[in-house]
Ligand binder design. Structure first.
Ligand code: DCP
Ligand code: MG
Ligand code: MG
Length: 656
């Protein structure tokens, strides 16, 4: 769309014509005071008292009784107590029950319609277009249609949009089911796209629903108090727009698109313009099982190895339990730390990863939790020492443990790794637990620490937006699935292409969507795709073992290609490091040789024998040529990365 699609009326309110999207019916659900509702279900005595959910020193949410008394979300505990001395506080740092309830809601919605996309813990988008079409086909022309619930800015002379009217009935049925089957109330928005459905769902709260008619799109966009209120416009983008003198949504609607394109690039300019106009063609993308599971905790100061080990053990305890319930076998373990930094408080994460010995992985799968944890702790500590010189003083503010590269184990277990297995997770006594997207975000984020171009700065921001779940004071446990933050990724906004842009093969779509446009483009360029293809075929394992191939395709599906690239680089490092190797057994691509060399001998032996038995997942020619040293390595590197483009791409994936 360009300026010609906007007609400016005399009062300068743009009339928006949206091609082709009028018949999509998208619902957005947002549960009421979610954590507080869960606690009220767990303890009905809390229903009628003002209730605040506390994480560290912040009230992350409060029930509507407390809201009536002036308590607001994200208020400090001190302020909240001042406003409402009788406020009852419940600790909300263990997310287990919230997660369980959250997945129950998604599961229930999925029983109506397959197109359900989670957004944070308490929100879901549902594309009910097909359901509406079916109902429409079943009704006779004489049936009259009314809207269920509220209609935004409704006036009596408006034509009823039959599609949205049916959508409002479906939304009401779904909300009824969520209330009667799970016991939770919530709001719903009914509109023609995700952006508008999300915007309108919160207009009447709590426990209500609202339809947005196409003719009121301009009204709802005009109601937003600033650009930052547009879902998808993050802090950084709002700042860039402000530098151009654009503060209100209307400013952005009316700013010449050509000028905006000159400042921000054509794609970003168009996307932002569309957002300001309420146009969002992104699809409701069904949420699958997480591609990684992790757990983390943040704290003010951790400065001894003893404390670090204790924290790692504690985090691993609950993570291994969750992994066991998931049913898949993790292949890779990653440790992430955050050092204290006065200037860059939230974004200075570093991580190292290592393969998990099969025997340990199997212990996780079979539920031998204690043993698995005991064997993982030394691995984690080795990774820790790779990042931190414990002879010198150190100051950590966060530790994250993560399992990735999750492999389903045969048909019997394959269903367990599906999303349904996340609906039934039972209690485990941990604070913040993170899955899927956030981890991928962290992984990409680590890459950005080492690059200094505009693209990576934007990416830093995208990630900061996605991780913006830690309050300014830094006291709060980091929750992974926060809705507002994730919306940017979910709606493919903030410098991200539309969902329609397909990632290249072997690139995780979620990670892809988070990349800056320049990088997306580079990854999609024929040059890169060709080099990727020849690269992949170079590393195909020999032979025709179909089971191996199946495994590998699963791995590729679960692990972004970039990570694979990292690992290959690490393998190449072997020669320089002259690390242990066997002439007939090569390290698979995901092995960090330095970490390998520091593993306990029995674990090393176990891994070596495993690799001997299997073909390595990814063979790197240079790692086989012992004795040729760095010359052959650099030759190999040159040959592999002759394309400067693919070389450029590597830097975005290089680990810390
Ligand atoms: N949450 C959090 N930290 C934040 C924001 C939210 O831990 N910075 C948690 C607590 C909320 C839940 O996420 O219960 C959902 O967030 P919402 O913004 O949807 O808020 P609520 O559901 O609590 O209230 P509302 O009725 O306004 O939707
Ligand atoms: Mg919400
Ligand atoms: Mg909510």
């Amino acid at each position: 769309m360009d300026n010609s699609d906007i007609e400016v009326e005399e009062d300068e309110r743009p009339v928006i014509k949206i091609p082709g999207s009028a018949h999509r019916v998208i619902l957005h659900f947002d549960l009421d005071c979610f954590y507080a509702q869960v606690e009220m279900i767990r303890n009905p005595a809390l229903r009628d008292v003002p209730l605040g959910i506390q994480q560290k020193y912040i009230i992350v949410t409060c029930n509507y009784v407390a809201r009536e008394r002036g308590v607001t979300k994200l208020m400090s505990v001190t302020d909240a107590k001042e406003k409402c001395p009788e406020l009852v506080l419940v600790k909300g740092e263990d997310l287990t029950h919230y997660r369980e309830m959250s997945y129950k809601v998604t599961e229930l919605l999925l029983s109506y319609c397959p197109l359900v996309e989670r957004l944070g813990f308490d929100e879901n988008f549902v594309d009910v277009t097909e359901m509406v079409e079916q109902r429409l086909a079943e009704i006779s022309e004489t049936d009259s249609f009314s809207f269920k619930g509220n209609v935004f800015n409704h006036s009596s002379n408006q034509d009823a949009n039959i599609w949205l009217a049916i959508g409002s009935h479906i939304a009401a049925e779904m909300r009824d089911a969520i209330r009667s089957k799970i016991g939770l109330t919530g709001c719903a928005g009914v509109a023609t796209n995700k952006l508008l459905a999300k915007l309108v769902s919160g207009t009447f709260k709590p426990n209500q629903q609202t339809v947005l008619l196409q003719e009121n799109v301009g009204d709802i966009m005009g109601c937003l108090s600033g650009l930052r209120k547009v879902p998808g416009v993050g802090h950084q983008t709002a700042k860039r727009l402000q530098a151009l003198g654009l503060v209100s949504v209307k400013d952005l609607q009316l700013y010449p698109l050509g000028d905006l394109a000159r400042e921000l690039g054509a794609t970003t300019a168009q996307r932002l313009r569309n957002l300001a106009l309420g146009i969002d063609e992104s699809a409701v993308t069904p949420t699958g099982a997480p591609q990684s599971l992790s757990d983390e905790d943040s704290f003010k100061k951790m400065c001894s190895v003893k404390e670090v080990m204790a924290k790692i053990r504690e985090l691993l305890g609950s993570l291994v339990e969750r992994m066991h319930k998931d049913g898949r076998q993790p292949q890779t373990f990653r440790l992430t730390i955050r050092r204290f930094s006065a200037t860059n408080k939230w974004f200075s994460r570093e991580s190292r990863q290592a393969p998990i010995p099969g025997a340990v992985g199997q212990k996780i799968v079979s539920g031998n939790i204690e043993d698995a944890v005991s064997q993982l702790v030394p691995l984690a500590v080795k990774l820790f020492h790779k990042m931190v010189d414990s002879n010198a003083a150190f100051h950590l503010t966060l530790i994250n443990v993560c399992f990735s590269n999750l492999q389903s184990r045969g048909p019997a277990a394959s269903g367990k790794g599906a999303i349904t297995s996340f609906f039934t997770q039972s209690a485990s006594p941990r604070k913040s637990q993170i899955s899927s997207t956030q981890n991928q975000v962290i992984m990409v984020f680590n890459a950005t620490l080492f690059t200094q171009n505009a693209g990576s700065r934007l990416l830093d921001h995208q990630i900061s937006e996605c991780s913006r779940n830690v309050p300014p004071k830094g006291q709060m446990t980091c929750n992974s699935e926060q809705s507002e933050e994730n919306y940017e990724a979910s709606c493919s906004t903030e410098g991200i292409n539309s969902d329609k842009t397909k990632p290249p093969p072997h690139v995780d779509p979620e990670v892809f969507r988070l990349l800056p446009e320049e990088i997306q483009k580079e990854l999609l360029s024929p040059y890169y795709l060709n080099s990727l293809q020849s690269h992949m075929s170079k590393h195909e394992p020999l032979g025709n073992d179909s089971s191996m191939k199946a495994d590998r395709s699963r791995m590729n599906h679960q692990q972004p290609a970039g990570i694979r690239v990292i690992n290959e680089e690490n393998v190449m490092e072997q020669e320089k490091l002259s690390l242990p190797r066997s002439s007939d057994c090569n390290f698979p691509g995901n092995v960090d040789p330095e970490v390998f060399s520091e593993l306990p001998p029995d674990v090393q032996k176990e891994l070596m024998s495993e690799w001997k038995q299997q073909n390595p997942v990814l063979k790197t020619p240079s790692s086989r040529k012992t004795g040729k040293g760095s010359i052959s390595k650099s030759k190999d590197r040159k040959a592999e990365g002759r394309s400067s483009q693919s070389n450029n791409l590597l830097k975005y994936f290089k680990p810390g």
